[in-house]
Structure formats: C-alpha cells, structure tokens
Design a protein around this ligand. Structure first.
Ligand code: BLA
Length: 511
C-alpha cells in the first residue's frame, strides 16, 4: 500500500508523492470511471454535497451532478490534449443548487477526476487583464535580475503572501534564491543556496507536469480518498490534481521554518524545471483556484520571457567578450609581444575569463595577481598541467582532487583554467578561482527563532539545508562555463598568432 510508505531523510526520493491517497480539505474530489460511475470520493464530500462516500460510491455520476454540469465537464475533457493537464470552470453552479464552485477536471489513468472548491466571493479581476498588466511591467525591466526582482514583487502584490522567492536551479539541481520580496521584519534568504535533495527528483519531475501547488495550511489534517485502493489494488494517481496533499517530510520542513502556507509556481524552460517561485505565508492562506490558475498562466508566460532574455543576455555577453578580446589583441600587437609581457595586460585578461587570481607562468617563473598559489607552488602545478593540457585549454573546479599539492593553498585557490601558450618548456596563462562557499554567507540571525523541530530534527530547516549545500561544494570553485572555455580557446589562438608573427619578423630582421 503506497500510502504506508514510511518516509525519512534517506529515502525521500522514492516517496510516491503523487499517490499519497489524500487531498487538502478546502475542496472535495470525485473520480469516475470512463462510463461515469463514481469510483472514489474524498471523505469530506458530505461537507459540500448531499451524500456521503457510502451513498455515492458505485453510483452513476449524474445522480450527483445535474445534466448541465455533466455537459460542461464533457466539454472540458474534450479540450485536453493527450489527456495531459487539467481544464477549469470558474464560478460554476456544479450541483445545480446555486452555490458557485471553481472546478478542475482531468484524466488520471482510467478515471475522470473532478475537483471542486467554493468560488471566491466578491468581484475578481479578469485573469486576462491581470496577466496582461503583470507582463507589461515585467517587459519594462532591462536586465534579467531586474526582471526577477519585478516578478517577485508583482506576485507578492497579487497574492498577498508574506514572502515570494525566485528559486533557480543549477546544473547539479542545487538551487539559489535569486530574487526575493518579503514583508518587512523577515529574515532574508536572498543569495542562499540549497542542495538538490531539498526538492527530490520525483517532485521536480512532477512540477514539470503540474505547474502549481498550494499548501493552504500545514496544520490542516489531510482528507483521505475513499477507497484508498481501487478493486485492482491501485491508488489514484494525483499528479495532475490541484488539491493533492503534499509529502509529510515537506510539511515538516515548512513547520520547522515557521511557515504556515506555501504556494509554488514552476518555471519550465525547454521541458526542464529551470526554477520556481516559492511563496510563503506565516498564517494559513488559501488562494482561490481562479487566482491560482491566473498565476499558473503568469508562470508559463514568464518562462518564455526568461528563456528569451537568457538568450539575449548570452549574446550580449559573447559580444562583450569579443570586444574585450579584440581590444586586448590590438594592445599586444602594438607592444613588444613576448610571453612575459602578457602580465602587463592582466587587467584585460581577467575580464575575458573572470577569476579571483591571475598568473603568467613563463620560463619557470610566475607573475601573479590576486588569489594565486605561492611562487614555490607554481612549478609543481605547471608539471601537472604539462601532463593534463596537451596544448589545449584545461579547467577544473576542484584542483585539489586531481592535484593533491593544491590542498596547501586551498584557502586561496580551488579551481583553475589554464591556457598553454608555448610548446617547450610550456608556459601558461592561469586563471584561478577561490572556493565558492567562501563567497556566500548566511547573513541572518545565527540564533534560530524556532524552538522545536519535527521528528527528523533540524536538518529540515533552511539553515541546516544551507550547511548541507556548503558540504556538497566544499573545495570547489564556481565551474568554468562552456562560454568561458570558448573565450579562452579564442584567446589562445590569437596569442599564438601574435607571438608567431612577432618571432618571424624578428628572425627576418636578424637574417
Ligand atoms: C518540496 N522543497 C519542496 C518545495 C520547495 C522546497 C520550494 C516545493 C513545494 C512548495 O511549494 O513548498 C524547498 N523551500 C525549499 C527551500 C527553501 C524553501 C530549499 O523555502 C529555502 C528557503 N525536503 C528536504 C529534504 C527532503 C525534502 C531533506 O529538505 C527529503 C529528504 C523533501 N521537498 C521534499 C518533498 C517535496 C519537497 C518530498 C515535495 C512536496 C510535494 O509536492 O508533495
């Protein structure tokens, strides 16, 4: 029985979070077979409709819903593509009683799933108008970080949550809070990193398919779906559900950080979970399904905008590096080019490949700038590179792992990119980076304000989680990107050409 899975810190990537057999009690769920017989209902159904699990299970759905609702639901189902996603009806008289519901319908396996929650009272802003004005404000920002800041600000204004964060995933699926808008007086999480395990892989996969999830009240008792297993022994798959109750381990995380309600919206780029908006509230908070759907649409539009901006930003960065490169080449051709003289252009070179330290190693001696190994450590590093870099660019974000003597200067250098610039003895331009964790600090109050932790202890808290991330990157620098590799390769070719031409001219003059 999947609902009996005992989850702890060691097995959370195997918890079947889409099949926990429970929903949140602010709405109810009815699942029917393809021939419209009721197969499952949530145990709280009696609070919303005239009936109970006992009287409803096995009955035809039209015993519960009027013909107008059956018609509308059939119509919505036809809008689904390959039975993926869910369709919605807002402010809909589902039961024919005059009471209005927001309704979501989707297909799960061999079931049609209908979820309903009472509609918000009072006038609501037209979703189209709202998204249009949100997007207009965001389009006016002129760079990515401005766009991130504006989007969290807008989401906070629209939802009223106490804190809105934009959480961006790195290639290793760890994440960083890249923008935050929070009610004053709250500790900031901006700039902090968390390990991949904080959002396990089945959750990340689920968030690509179903792009919003609310946890309206971490203290609310989840409501079981009855029966838990169908006659074939299977639990209803709630992947596309809007009412799904979430993993108890994540509830513990939220409680440990003092959060009472959470809402998150996926940012999916190229079919991958690029990041998510994480919204927190410090008391219970429910958002009407219509507003959740509006923010879901906002999430889809902002994903497209971020994708376009990332491409633009990348083009801009490439142009900038090309300009810097051309300027540098212009300067060395008019100087007296020699390998040693390259050190005079340290400032230009450091802009082309960003680093914390730079050195020119030529004819057995080094000229160093910033965070570098000591001169005595350089010859051993050069011998290591002679073996590693067969006249190619070599880069590592964890030098000590491949060259143990680097442990002696781990306090200054964790990663290096090396450009070989002559054959024998081999000379190098060296771009050093320091350990990443040294550059990121927890700025918050060191005394945790929360006294009690759940059964899994303090691990499920942002501070312990940040520490866990620090452990995963201990001894590593920021990795050298593909673009930086390319820039370095272009630099290598240009420098060799300039040096070669100069040597030829010198020889001609001498003969
Ligand atoms: C889900 N974990 C999540 C979600 C977030 C985080 C944003 C999405 C669900 C939501 O909307 O709340 C992580 N939240 C964070 C982080 C911060 C934050 C890092 O506010 C930092 C400020 N979580 C753990 C560990 C496990 C774990 C160690 O930290 C497992 C061992 C599990 N997290 C876990 C699970 C889910 C989750 C199972 C999925 C919840 C669900 O959708 O059912």
């Amino acid at each position: 029985d999947p609902t009996q899975f005992a989850v702890d810190l060691t097995n959370c990537d195997r918890e079947p979070i889409h099949q926990l057999g429970r929903i949140q009690g602010f709405g109810f769920l009815v699942a029917a077979s393809m021939d419209w017989l009721i197969q499952h209902v949530s145990a709280n159904v009696g609070a919303f409709v005239d009936g109970s699990p006992d009287t409803l299970l096995g009955e035809p759905l039209d015993a519960l819903l009027p013909a107008s609702a059956m018609h509308a639901i059939r119509g919505r189902l036809q809008l689904l593509t390959h039975n993926e996603g869910s369709e919605r009806l807002f402010g809909f008289d589902l039961l024919g009683t005059g009471r209005l519901f927001d309704v979501a319908v989707h297909v799960s396996g061999h079931s049609i799933v209908i979820e309903a929650e009472p509609s918000a009272e009072g006038p609501s802003t037209n979703p189209g108008t709202l998204v249009k004005s949100l997007i207009a404000r965001i389009q006016r920002t002129d760079d990515l970080s401005g766009l991130f800041r504006e989007s969290v600000r807008q989401l906070r204004a629209v939802t009223g949550f106490d804190r809105v964060m934009l959480y961006r995933f790195a290639d290793d699926n760890s994440g960083e809070v890249v923008a935050e808008s929070a009610r004053s007086g709250l500790e900031s999480f901006l700039g902090l990193h968390y390990p991949a395990t904080d959002i396990p892989k089945q959750a990340r996969a689920l968030y690509v398919r179903n792009q919003i999830r609310i946890i309206a009240d971490v203290l609310a008792e989840p409501v079981p779906i009855e029966p838990g297993l169908d006659p074939n022994g299977e639990a209803l798959d709630l992947s596309l559900s809007l009412l799904r109750a979430v993993s108890p381990i994540h509830i513990e995380y939220l409680k440990n950080m003092g959060v009472s309600a959470s809402f998150s919206i996926s940012i999916v780029i190229d079919g991958r979970l690029w990041g998510l908006f994480a919204l927190h509230h410090y008391s219970a908070r429910h958002l009407a399904m219509e507003l959740r759907s509006t923010t879901e649409l906002f999430g889809q539009m902002i994903s497209l905008i971020i994708e376009a901006r990332l491409q633009k930003e990348q083009r801009r960065a490439e142009e900038k590096v090309r300009d810097l490169h051309d300027r540098f080449v212009g300067k060395i051709v008019s100087a007296t080019p020699s390998v040693e003289a390259l050190a005079d252009f340290a400032d230009d070179l450091r802009q082309i490949v960003p680093c914390d330290g730079f050195a020119v190693y030529a004819k057995g001696t080094a000229r160093s700038f910033g965070h570098c190994p000591l001169p005595d450590d350089m010859p051993a590093l050069a011998r290591f590179l002679n073996r590693a870099a067969a006249s190619r660019i070599y880069a590592t974000d964890e030098l000590a792992a491949v060259h143990p003597p680097a442990e002696n200067y781990a306090d200054r250098v964790a990663g290096v990119l090396a450009i070989p610039i002559s054959r024998s003895p081999r000379d190098y331009l060296l771009f050093f980076r320091k350990e990443l964790v040294q550059t990121i600090h927890w700025a918050g109050d060191p005394a945790s304000k929360i006294g009690a932790f759940g059964p899994n202890g303090p691990r499920l808290s942002p501070r312990k989680s940040f520490e866990a991330w620090q452990e995963t990157v201990r001894g590593k620098s920021q990795a050298f990107t593909e673009a930086e590799h390319k820039a370095a390769e272009t630099l290598r070719v240009s420098i060799l050409e300039v040096l070669l031409r100069f040597n030829e001219e010198t020889e001609r003059r001498q003969s």
